[in-house]
Write a protein that binds this ligand. Structure first.
Ligand SMILES: *Cc1c(COP(=O)(O)O)cnc(C)c1O
Length: 465
């Protein structure tokens, strides 16, 4: 499998190269040159597979020229053995033809574990084979950092440095990062905000001279192709469980950087009968505005009850645009160039294509709380604020009631106790057993000034031999 850049001006890479690459050299994102497809008969057979076996079936064509089948099998089995539910991604029924896909049974209680548990193992596997070591550097406002740390904690060939804004992430989220022990794990609490952290990571990827000879920097943010790839699997898993391919299904996806929902789009292109994909945003509604007005424009960031979806631009949207513009890399390069300083408007043809499959809805904090409360009242089921946005958007979409709608539950409600409390659900949710002593565990983090050289000096001084 070859991977090509959305901006059409970077070398094609194989899976192993793309795993380590991050952004393409032309500033674009890597996508598969062609997609594997599955026939209806092949999809029907997927109903008999457990999650790891299905993951192997879906992922194999993307990696087969780099990872032998027997090794991939072990990597995938180890990855999903970390999840604390026999189904890995269980479906829960909330109403007639209304379902929730629970993606929060991984180590950090958010769906990002599906991708980052696999990514850490894939990276360590290829690095071991090449006798290489790398440095992972990332900025987090919460979920990504803990999932990346959990995914990489056993990786002998990776030193991981995660920057978070000091005193500005929730206690649960901070502790999920800072209580993980390991000499290769470094939490840097920067005396600044999330944008400051992200700017330092960006600057470090542009000028890597602070690193020792031979050590490269790897990105684990949502533009990494392997993360998207891992997420395709659960769309197949859930659809087959409610009757695909005999029935078409719809998915509602709480969306920030458009990674998760882009995986759903790929599942559709690979043959899964998806009738509709609903883009569910909080009031940082850049994608809802695109769908409604064809204009892509930045507004300032608004803090919401669903912080993991607080974004101003949606980085993976470029991957969809590439297809909407018939894979014309120079058209995408031109659009994204213009977007650096201006709003951009998409062509009628591009929007018509997008609207064939995607709908969108924007759900504000009051509506999020109302949904948590009403789902609790009707079904005694507790949604986290991100998942509530997906459920709300699914109901607003007014689909044919014969079509099963699956909303992705992207985080466990115990991760966001304040939102659950705001919704007036007194019972709340408690942390699962494996995290019940989270507040008794020892924390380890380094407070650093909001200063690039302070951060880079710390990293350079703490890289393993
Ligand atoms: C990251 C995250 C999202 C958004 O996912 P994208 O792939 O960026 O669209 C939604 N919910 C939760 C809980 C998350 O952590």
């Amino acid at each position: 499998m070859k991977y090509i850049s959305t901006r059409g001006n970077a070398p094609a890479l194989n899976f192993e190269q793309v795993l380590l690459a991050g952004l393409a050299s032309d500033g674009g994102l890597y996508v598969p040159e062609t997609l594997p497809t599955f026939s209806a008969a092949e999809i029907a057979e997927m109903a008999s597979l457990d999650y790891p076996a299905l993951a192997q079936k879906i992922i194999t064509p993307f990696v087969a020229d780099c990872i032998p089948a027997a090794d991939l099998k072990v990597i995938i089995e180890e990855t999903y053995a970390e999840f604390r539910h026999g189904a890995v991604a269980p479906l829960v029924q909330l109403g007639a033809n209304q379902w929730v896909l629970e993606l929060f049974h991984g180590p950090t209680l958010a769906f990002k574990d599906f991708a980052l548990q696999l990514l850490g193992r894939l990276l360590d596997y290829v690095l071991e084979r090449e006798h290489r070591k790398v440095v992972i550097m990332g900025a987090t406002s919460g979920d990504t950092g803990s999932a990346a740390i959990e995914g990489c904690k056993r990786c002998k060939n990776i030193d991981i440095f995660i920057l978070h804004p000091h005193n500005r992430v929730s206690d649960v989220q901070r502790r999920q990062m800072t209580t993980v022990a390991g000499d290769n794990i470094h939490n840097l609490a920067v005396e600044g905000n999330f944008d400051d952290c992200q700017a330092m990571v960006k600057a470090s990827f542009i000028d890597k001279s602070f690193l020792p000879e031979g050590r490269s920097l790897v990105a684990v943010n949502s533009i990494n192709w392997a993360r998207i790839m891992a997420q395709i699997v659960y769309f197949f898993y859930a659809a087959v469980a409610v009757g695909a391919p005999a029935r078409s299904v719809a998915f509602s996806v709480p969306t920030g950087n458009f990674g998760d929902i882009f995986a759903g789009y790929l599942a559709k292109k690979m043959g899964l009968p998806i009738e509709r994909l609903i883009i569910a945003t909080n009031r940082n509604d850049v994608l809802h505005r695109v769908m409604s007005t064809a204009t892509y424009g930045r507004l300032s960031l608004q803090h919401s009850l669903s912080p993991s979806m607080d974004i101003t631009v949606s980085s993976n949207f470029e991957r969809l645009l590439f297809d909407l513009y018939d894979r014309d890399g120079s058209a995408i390069a031109e659009l994204m160039q213009k977007f650096e300083n201006n709003d951009i408007t998409f062509s009628d043809e591009a929007m018509a294509k997008a609207r064939e499959l995607f709908s969108s809805a924007c759900v504000n904090d009051d509506e999020t709380c109302a949904q948590i409360a009403s789902t609790w009242e009707r079904s005694e089921y507790l949604l986290d604020p991100h998942s509530a946005i997906g459920v709300r958007a699914a109901m607003a979409a007014n689909l044919d009631p014969a079509i099963p709608v699956i909303s992705l539950a992207t985080a466990h409600p115990a991760k966001f106790p304040d939102a659950v409390q705001s919704a007036g659900v007194a019972e709340g949710a408690s942390l699962p057993a494996h995290l019940s002593d989270l507040f008794d565990r020892e924390e380890r983090f380094e407070v650093l000034a909001n200063d690039l050289s302070a951060v880079q000096d710390f990293i350079a001084g703490n890289i393993s031999a």
